[in-house]
Design a protein. Structure first.
Lengths: 275, 85
């Protein structure tokens, strides 16, 4: 029997350094600014995003296709999310939610559409959002921006966010604790939601890919083993279906991240009206 | 005749990892049930009131993502158990 290649679905998430950059030591924490495959993918995503909007952001009354796509993306944030959820006071924050949505959308889609895979021993595009560090940064940034905005807009009165009226002093104190826990777990859930969706999708796709190859190798042995080609082809069909699902999940997760950021923003902007 | 002796050493760590990962992944049962209930309710209401269905579509996707998150936490814990060091 031919040598079975090891099935390692987690191998695609390894980070390799492509170019060594400066290494700083800030108070005991080592910051390594090298160019890794993750950084290259993020740079590629930025270039794609900026190029897309540079090419399509026109002011024609009758939009061409590119402009229609750009306007549709903007309308998702402005008319579907921020407008209904936050209302008029959310207008200043649309740029941030828009940028957040676009970054996650581009990075998610790149991991599905531009999955070039292994060229010359290196993985060339890389599921950036399946790294907890990346999603964690986006989540922490979003959460703390909104939290600090609360104090900037409303002062220390913002802490009454945690007080649930209508319970006694003891019930109220217990509720404050519960509310605080469920509030401060938000960056964690934001990060883990995006991370888990992307990680899970890519692990499953990689597994089915390994099945295709492993079953084909078994089938090559000849004789009765040629039947192994059938599950190999079925696994390939499954990969096609999974890629479709991954496309939906990629776009949906970007939308959900932006939607949740808008909901958290609404609590701050409309603080005190209609709790 | 020699009595049979256990010649292999049982690798408890590896087998415990596999059992733990399997048990952790069972948490996705709840997420599956929750998603079914969510979409079922939406469909029931949408068939009764088709005009009002479109306005709640945003909430539907939001609820779906939040419910799915719980299943994903279980999946992530399972992967951590299986592949974590």
């Amino acid at each position: 029997m031919a040598q079975q290649p090891a099935i390692e679905p987690m191998h695609q998430f390894m980070i390799h350094k492509i170019m060594q950059g400066p290494v700083f030591n800030i108070g005991g924490l080592t910051v390594d600014m090298s160019i890794t495959n993750s950084v290259v993918s993020m740079m590629l995503g930025t270039v794609i995003l900026v190029a897309f909007f540079a090419l399509t952001a026109r002011r024609e009354i009758v939009p061409n296709r590119g402009q229609a796509i750009a306007e549709a993306l903007y309308n998702i944030i402005d008319r579907v999310l921020v407008g209904p959820i936050v209302g008029h006071g959310g207008k200043p924050y649309v740029p941030y939610i828009f940028a957040l949505f676009l970054v996650i959308l581009v990075l998610n889609l790149m991991s599905v559409v531009l999955a070039v895979g292994n060229i010359a021993g290196q993985d060339w595009t890389f599921a950036v959002t399946s790294q907890l560090a990346v999603t964690g940064t986006l989540a922490v940034l979003t959460f703390f921006s909104v939290f600090i905005l609360g104090f900037v807009k409303h002062g220390p009165k913002f802490l009454t966010l945690f007080w649930v009226p209508g319970m006694g002093i003891f019930g109220g104190a217990a509720m404050v604790l519960i509310e605080m826990i469920s509030y401060f777990v938000r960056p964690l859930t934001l990060a883990l939601r995006l991370f888990g969706n992307m990680l899970g999708g890519h692990v499953v796709m990689s597994l089915f890919g390994s099945f295709v190859v492993a079953l084909a190798i078994v089938g090559l042995a000849g004789g009765m083993a040629t039947l192994a080609f059938i599950p190999s082809v079925l696994s390939f069909t499954m990969i096609v279906a999974l890629t479709g699902l991954e496309l939906v999940v990629a776009i949906l997760q970007a939308f959900v991240f932006a939607a949740l950021a808008t909901v958290y923003l609404n609590e701050v902007v409309n603080f005190g009206h209609g709790h | 005749m020699e009595p049979h002796t256990a010649a292999q050493v049982i690798d408890f760590a590896a087998s415990a990892k596999l059992i733990g990962a399997g048990l952790a992944a069972m948490g996705m049962i709840g997420a599956g049930v929750g998603l079914g209930v969510l979409f079922g309710s939406y469909l029931q209401a949408a068939i009764r009131n088709p005009a009002g269905a479109a306005s709640q579509q945003t909430m539907l996707f939001l609820g779906m993502a939040l419910t799915e998150t719980m299943g994903l936490f279980a999946f992530v814990v399972s992967l951590i158990i299986l592949f974590g060091s």
